[in-house]
Design a protein around this ligand. Structure first.
Ligand code: HT7
Ligand code: ZN
Length: 879
């Protein structure tokens, strides 16, 4: 397949000023007529370039230029393009195509699922609707007329404002929408279906009233309130923090069940995976509520970072995604708890982005090449991209960052631009020099920082020498030294922060200092340090790097108990717990050594019983690194053996549960729901600590604990408690488990999102041989391989939540996965490729598993008709 390179980018040869679309939606064929006002790009010297439009899976019916039919010898079509020769300098082009949305299982372009017509055009889906220059730097004003059966599709929506509507005959009606803002084709949207909506209003800071609507299927009308409140909070936050106001008179969100990703920021008409809209306490967990708030905000924030200022080409994806993730992270921090949000974001960065950056798909945040753009909606582009923005924010400060954002919008509103334009605006607004910093966009891989520290008793100085290196990545063996901001604090013996004074400064400046690393090795000297300190390095995770600080376990326990930086406090605890478990896996310490267990249990107990710490923070500290996280850490020095890791982690959690049984029981009782269910941060934290206690108790598998879990399951009035109890039971082989699983199904069989939880809980069960049950569930009437949420719930949960059984030495888990990938390859290549990524890290495992996974990759790549999506992932994994 063809590889696209950033270096080959050329501006478009033609501009499209206006795009008039006409959809005739029918049950078997949909007709799409487009009328485009086209103008040659006179900046290009060659005036003879033909007009090349993108198009895929389209049946071309007519082509007209300036209203006259074009003879077939004047154009050419192949499977990817329509090329028209000898076109005038400016003209109108009319193209009519025929498509079959009801057969489109890729969920890209215009598709019909669950009786609803809807679109997904990012990244390159518009070309499956009509012939068009389907690239983000061609921005056009759109109008869209939709005609459809009135009874089946009473709601007809597109971007912008409703201009007109009416009936064509007795049964069919039409609606015309017009979007006053120019936009790239990937932001086009259409929805037609039998939907209902809730409506609210938002008054912008300049006093305009905006209508807000959330459209859902009839039975979900009672689950939209939280999404609406989240939207209003996001609108207010963007005005307060960035001065950004919404620009149309109406903002619409539509929830659909069949969607490849989380949501899509189409101008004025967001389309959402229903998972990120629908919630009420009985059906959605606390995490679901938070995710809805975050995703609603994310898509709303795109209106400025992505839509008003868009991308010059897809290599710049992080320009909108990294920046918008940063904005949604900041929003969530302000709505909930900043340290807790930071901890969960870093946990996910380390679990998913760091391995990606060390694997065969490693790519810079601004990639240099791709085969299939859909494969580049990655943790690197999104999450590492957000870390880059966060570093700029730290380096320039809050005010400086805001000045940079203002300049960015002033310069580029209405344009398609690059990450370079963004950094330049930040630099120019602050007279800053970010030249070396730009390497974060172009170099792949996670930098590693080691630190040597020395205390000079005589001079009362303390020096820290940092050395940075970045391991090679595919196609990039040599890396340059990066500009890395490292936030540091020093703790005295009593655990208090010391005032910090660097050599050369005349007085101490605060208790956290930002050290800017520019060189491979760099030393910083602190003066007036009156006793040997314990350093707190990389506070707040100030840069996305791997830190090799060589702390002793005594220092880690000390930092866990005392660090004023909550992120670093949590991190020290995780390193401490992970270090012990890894030593056990590697046979460096014996499992049953009472001193070892004591060393873990004591700090654990202290944290569990703390009355000062926030309960959400306690839950994070006491959630031990998962089997996957331990695997990632081990893989830095040795091959992964999932069986050994599973045994050690199970042993430790069991030992903790046994030693602290009484404490867990007390915590469980003390944190029961008092009064009405609430979703404020404090109530969520209380529930998470209570359910963490229950999950430790569950390790004991006693009749008494089973009874407690059953009781919670039966009495729960909210999904958080219900699913937590079911989760505990799901790992214990007992009749109560079977009953709870059946009861849950009977209770929720009509709610497809709740059933996703039911599939996922079973897929994550630690009961040996669970794969047979999962295979059986593939044939369950409520499972559908065509629905990405169902695939993620059953198939991805098995690989992600159950690494021990997925990596079973029989190879059955691997074979199961290959079968699903090949099945999906023909249905939905985007989802198939995501699944195929599970084998990316095969080289990190012990030899027998390596061999088994490699054989699966070879089987996939040798299958005829493998999609470009899957090919790209698998071929890179095999290099
Ligand atoms: N910008 C949206 C990306 C997206 C997407 C990309 C490829 C294929 C399907 C997709 N659905 C949504 C989502 C976002 O980041 O906001
Ligand atoms: Zn986004």
């Amino acid at each position: 397949p063809e590889v696209k390179y950033l270096k080959d980018y050329r501006p478009p040869a033609y501009w499209i000023d206006n795009t008039e679309l006409n959809f005739d939606l029918q049950e078997t064929n949909t007709l799409v007529k487009s009328v485009l006002n086209i103008r040659r790009n006179n900046d290009l010297s060659d005036k003879t370039i033909p007009l090349v439009l993108d198009g895929k899976n389209l049946e071309l019916l007519f082509v007209k230029i300036d209203k006259k039919h074009l003879d077939s010898d004047k154009y050419q079509i192949n499977s990817e393009n329509l090329t028209i020769y000898d076109v005038p300098e400016s003209f109108s082009l009319e193209v009519t195509t025929k498509i079959q949305p009801q057969n489109n299982t890729s969920l890209e372009g215009l598709y019909k699922a669950g009786g609803i017509f809807c679109t997904q055009c990012e990244a390159e889906g518009f070309r499956k609707i009509t012939y068009f220059p389907d690239r983000p730097d061609v921005m056009s004003k759109y109008s869209c007329t939709i005609t459809a059966d009135r009874e089946k599709y009473p709601i007809l929506l597109s971007n912008g404002n409703l201009i007109n509507s009416g009936m064509t005959d007795q049964n069919r009606h039409w609606a015309q929408w017009e979007d006053p803002f120019k936009k790239p084709s990937y932001l086009f949207a259409l929805v037609a279906g039998d939907l209902v909506y809730i409506e609210d209003f938002y008054k912008t800071k300049s006093g305009r009233s905006v209508t807000l609507r959330i459209y859902v299927e009839h039975m979900n009308i009672d689950k939209c309130g939280h999404a609406m409140q989240s939207l209003k909070k996001a609108m207010k936050w963007d005005e307060d923090v960035f001065g950004l106001e919404y620009d149309l008179d109406i903002y619409m969100i539509v929830a659909v069940n069949d969607f490849n990703m989380g949501a899509m920021e189409n101008k004025g008409l967001n389309i959402f995976n229903s998972k990120y809209v629908l919630a009420k306490p009985e059906t959605a967990t606390d995490i679901d509520f938070w995710n809805i708030e975050r995703v609603i905000a994310h898509e709303y924030f795109h209106n400025w970072t992505g839509n008003r200022v868009t991308l010059k080409n897809w290599f710049q994806l992080s320009l909108k995604e990294g920046l918008t993730v940063f904005r949604d992270q900041e929003f969530s921090s302000d709505m909930t708890s900043r340290p807790v949000k930071r901890i969960s974001d870093v946990r996910s960065l380390r679990s998913f982005q760091f391995p990606e950056d060390a694997g065969p798909m490693a790519h810079p945040v601004r990639p240099e090449s791709y085969i299939e753009m859909d494969n580049f909606y990655t943790m690197t582009v999104y999450e590492k991209g957000a870390e880059i923005i966060r570093m700029i924010h730290r380096i320039l400060g809050k005010q400086g960052f805001r000045k940079g954002m203002n300049l960015y919008f002033k310069r580029h509103d209405g344009q398609a631009v690059t990450t370079e334009d963004f950094v330049k605006a930040m630099e120019d607004a602050n007279q800053a020099d970010l030249r070396q910093f730009r390497l974060w966009y172009s170099q792949a891989g996670t930098p590693e920082i080691s630190v040597k520290r020395a205390y000079n008793h005589k001079n009362k100085t303390y020096s820290m020498t940092f050395t940075q290196k970045c391991p090679p990545s595919p196609g990039m063996s040599e890396k340059k030294a990066m500009h890395i901001p490292v936030a540091v604090g020093l703790l005295d013996k009593a655990g208090n922060d010391m005032p910090l004074q660097l050599a050369g400064q005349d007085k101490p400046e605060g208790t956290t200092i930002l050290l800017n690393l520019y060189k491979t090795t760099q030393t910083f000297e602190f003066v007036n340090v009156y006793e040997p300190p314990v350093p707190s390095i990389l506070r707040g995770f100030s840069a996305p790097v791997k830190l090799r600080a060589e702390y002793t376990s005594r220092e880690q326990a000390f930092l866990l108990a005392n660090d004023s930086d909550e992120f670093h406090r949590w991190d020290s605890g995780q390193r401490f717990f992970a270090g012990t478990m890894i030593n056990m896996v590697q046979g460096k310490i014996k499992n049953h050594d009472p001193d070892v267990l004591g060393a873990i249990i004591e700090p654990f107990r202290k944290t569990l019983l703390s009355t000062e710490l926030d309960k959400a923070f306690i839950s994070h500290v006491l959630t031990l690194p998962s089997e996957s996280e331990l695997g990632i850490l081990i893989s830095e020095t040795a091959p992964i053996d999932p069986e050994l890791i599973h045994q050690v982690r199970r042993f430790i959690t069991h030992a903790i549960a046994k030693a602290l049984k009484n404490d867990f029981e007390r915590i469980y009782q003390d944190n029961q729901e008092k009064g009405l269910y609430n979703i404020d941060a404090e109530s969520i934290a209380r529930r998470s600590l209570k359910n963490l206690a229950l999950s430790y108790l569950g390790m004991l598998e006693t009749p008494e604990i089973i009874k407690i879990a059953c009781n919670q399951f039966n009495k729960a009035e909210n999904m958080t408690d219900e699913i937590a109890a079911l989760g505990v039971l799901s790992h214990i082989q007992c009749s109560e488990r079977e009953k709870a699983i059946d009861d849950f199904y009977q209770k929720w069989k009509s709610d497809t999102l709740v059933l996703d939880k039911w599939f996922a809980i079973q897929a994550g069960s630690q009961i040996p041989g669970i794969i047979d049950k999962i295979k059986e569930l593939l044939n369950h009437p409520d499972f559908s391989i065509k629905n990405p949420n169902k695939v993620r719930a059953l198939v991805s949960s098995f690989c992600g939540m159950n690494p021990w059984q997925f990596h079973h030495i029989s190879g059955n888990g691997y074979k199961f996965m290959t079968d699903r990938i090949l099945e999906l390859n023909a249905i939905n290549p985007q989802i198939a490729a995501r699944m195929a990524g599970i084998f990316n890290h095969w080289k990190k495992y012990e030899p027998s598993r390596q061999k088994l996974m490699k054989a699966e990759l070879e089987k996939i790549i040798n299958t005829p008709d493998i999609s470009r999506h899957v090919y790209e992932i698998v071929s890179k994994a095999l290099v």
